[in-house]
Design a protein around this ligand. Structure first.
Ligand SMILES: Nc1nc2[nH]cc(C(=O)O)c2c(=O)[nH]1
Ligand code: SF4
Ligand SMILES: [Mg+2]
Length: 240
């Protein structure tokens, strides 16, 4: 490793948890065995968020819910695992994207695939986009109850849309059939393709019900239906 690379590898990130022995539950790699690095902190406050321990100071002690770890330490944990896919989620991982660059690079150089889950409010830095990581870009809808100006950033959507197709997909958590019209408007306005929609929910029953509700509307629009497979398998279990 060169001296600048060694320095970069020492950059530290706020981490909520690392876990493996699971599958990527969302998006194009659904079903793939995956190791997860969940970063702490988020800039949004979605009502239905299933990881409030990464951001909600009113309910959680974030100092107790997170630790600082270097990019090198996190890469070494993931490279000690057999899973080929490493998913970096949060929280909002792009809040810490400077330190994500060396992490993504180390993983990809070692032959891993990296997917970054993002809420589409921060544009990807050129170095991160060039690292070979793929982005599962998930803009939030009105059902999140986050004010529109905070959750929809047109220039960010356009920056992701400008990346080569295999590097990013757009993914929407939908709380009901009516929200597909809102997805349509965003998709048309910012030319977002390919699109995955998946039902909101933290129980297998709710996901199954949501899938049935969305199936026809998604197919008509040419959207892919995503299950949130980990919820079908393990419900709301943490670390899955
Ligand atoms: N298995 C599993 N797959 C996931 N894909 C995206 C997740 C996320 O929390 O962003 C997630 C998660 O929490 N678990
Ligand atoms: S953007 Fe994601 S992590 Fe942040 S509050 Fe919304 S659902 Fe939770
Ligand atoms: Mg999750």
């Amino acid at each position: 490793m060169s001296a600048p690379a060694r320095l970069a590898a020492r950059q530290r990130l706020w981490v909520a948890e690392t876990f493996a022995d699971t599958v990527q539950g969302e998006g194009p790699s659904i079903g793939a065995p995956a190791a997860f690095i969940r970063l702490s902190r988020c800039n949004l406050t979605c009502t239905w968020c299933d990881t409030p321990y990464t951001w909600d100071r009113s309910r959680f002690d974030l100092a107790a819910e997170s630790r600082r770890a270097s990019a090198e330490e996190l890469a070494s944990w993931a490279l000690g695992r057999p899973e080929e896919l490493v998913v970096i989620s949060g929280g909002e991982p792009l809040l810490q994207q400077r330190a994500l660059v060396p992490l993504a690079r180390m993983l990809i150089e070692a032959g891993r695939r990296v997917e970054i889950e993002t809420n589409a409010t921060y544009p990807p830095a050129a170095e991160l986009a060039a690292s070979g990581a793929c982005f599962n870009v998930s803009p939030k809808l009105a059902g999140s109850r986050v004010p529109s100006a905070l959750r929809i950033r047109p220039s960010v959507l356009e920056a992701f849309a400008a990346l080569p197709t295999p590097r990013r997909v757009f993914k929407f958590v939908v709380t009901g059939l009516a929200e597909l019209d809102e997805v349509d408007r965003l998709v048309a306005r910012h030319r977002l393709r390919p699109v995955w929609v998946m039902p909101e929910g933290t129980t297998p029953e709710k996901i199954t019900h949501g899938l049935r509700e969305l199936a026809e509307g998604a197919a008509t629009r040419g959207y892919r239906l995503g299950a949130r497979l980990h919820v079908l398998l393990w419900g709301d279990e943490r670390g899955r």
